[in-house]
Design a protein around this ligand. Structure first.
Ligand SMILES: O=P(O)(O)OC[C@H]1O[C@@H](O)[C@H](O)[C@@H](O)[C@@H]1O
Length: 354
């Protein structure tokens, strides 16, 4: 049976390699033709990366509406957890690694005819699929657009015209495609990784909206063990991989192997860091559960600015003070606790000061 599967496996692998080789031309096209927009591509990948969305844009949204903050934080945390688990379980190769591996492979007689430039932001340490930037940004833009649209619809009769919807959809698509181009330009992602990232993000939003009543009514006694289970699952994946002689840190090793300058690699972008960040945010939400019971007090714009500003100032200090010198366990525990504190404070304690 296994022997009969061999030719099918071989064919699938060959098709996959051919597809990736073809996709490399898309990255090359982006680098050659889109160089005029380099500041924009760098801005999108750097400033609108998932960490910044959690640490800056979500708290910022709370200045306008606590409801929007809770909505963004809960959907983005779930989407990001999904993304981190996928990268943790099956880290797919990135374009620059794939290209360099082929050039380094002496058995390969036909080398790719593609040349790709590496940038400082190209040194990612996690797997490529699904593109986290595309996934998180798609979810962020969709929810933000929905809130802005509802706000304007309620206040201005002119917004009831279908014309505005016709403008909004291309605007959302334009923003998401710009993020894809940014990732393609930096050669951090293949096109299919960007498309699938956005598709998974879109599906995650749909699934969340359909199950929102169920999710928001879960009591703490149910939510906390569920997050602990996810943590145990992530740990099991690590040991299962070791058992089967698979390297759990394969993607980090690829980054070390092919990044031109090791200092370009950021610990905040590693797969294990992203997992801990997402599980920390999820635990904060679980501790604040049931989320339906959370109060959304009325308060002035400036008061919300002051309260959220103070929390973010403290959070920034905690991020700067991250313990990096006492080993991996201390570092991950610290980051987990900081994210638990941050998300719990954002959804549960901050409104008490309004
Ligand atoms: O998958 P991408 O878009 O290359 O992103 C890689 C990593 O980039 C980091 O900046 C994010 O904080 C991580 O969450 C993410 O996994």
């Amino acid at each position: 049976m296994i022997e009969a599967m061999e030719p099918i496996k071989h064919l699938a692998l060959e098709t996959y390699n051919i597809t990736l080789n073809r996709e490399l031309f898309i990255n090359q096209w982006a680098q050659e033709r889109l160089a005029f927009g380099e500041p924009l591509w760098l801005f999108l990948s750097d400033r609108l990366e998932p960490n910044n969305i959690f640490n800056f844009f979500i708290p910022l949204s709370g200045i306008f509406s606590q409801e929007m903050l809770l909505h963004l934080l809960s959907v983005l945390t779930l989407a990001s957890t999904l993304n981190s688990f996928e990268k943790w379980i099956y880290p797919e190769i990135r374009p620059l690694w794939f290209l360099r591996e082929q050039f380094a492979n002496n058995k390969l007689t036909v080398k790719p005819t593609v040349a790709l430039q590496s940038y400082q932001l190209s040194c990612e340490t996690s797997g490529g699929l699904p593109c986290a930037h595309s996934m998180i940004f798609t979810v962020f833009v969709l929810i933000l657009a929905a809130h802005i649209f509802i706000y304007l619809w309620d206040r201005f009769v002119a917004w009831h015209s279908p014309w505005y919807r016709c403008v909004m959809y291309p605007a959302i698509i334009g923003l998401v495609v710009s993020m894809w181009l940014s990732r393609l330009y930096l050669a951090t992602e293949f096109l299919h990784q960007c498309i699938l990232g956005s598709y998974f993000g879109f599906r995650a939003v749909n699934a969340f909206e359909v199950n929102i009543k169920y999710l928001f009514s879960r009591p703490r006694a149910y939510a906390v063990p569920a997050v602990c289970f996810l943590g145990a699952f992530a740990g099991s994946v690590y040991f299962i991989k070791l058992h089967f002689d698979m390297d759990p840190h394969w993607s980090v090793r690829q980054a070390f192997k092919w990044c031109p300058e090791p200092t370009y690699m950021r610990h905040e972008a590693s797969p294990i860091f992203a997992l801990v960040r997402d599980l920390g945010n999820l635990m904060g939400l679980a501790l604040a559960s049931p989320l339906f019971d959370l109060e959304a007090k009325e308060s002035t714009f400036w008061r919300r600015c002051r309260v959220l500003g103070t929390l973010e100032f403290v959070n920034y200090g905690l991020r700067v003070a991250t313990v990096k010198q006492y080993g991996r366990f201390a570092f991950l525990s610290y980051e987990f606790s900081r994210n638990v504190f941050h998300s719990l404070a954002l959804v549960k304690y901050v409104p008490n000061f309004y």
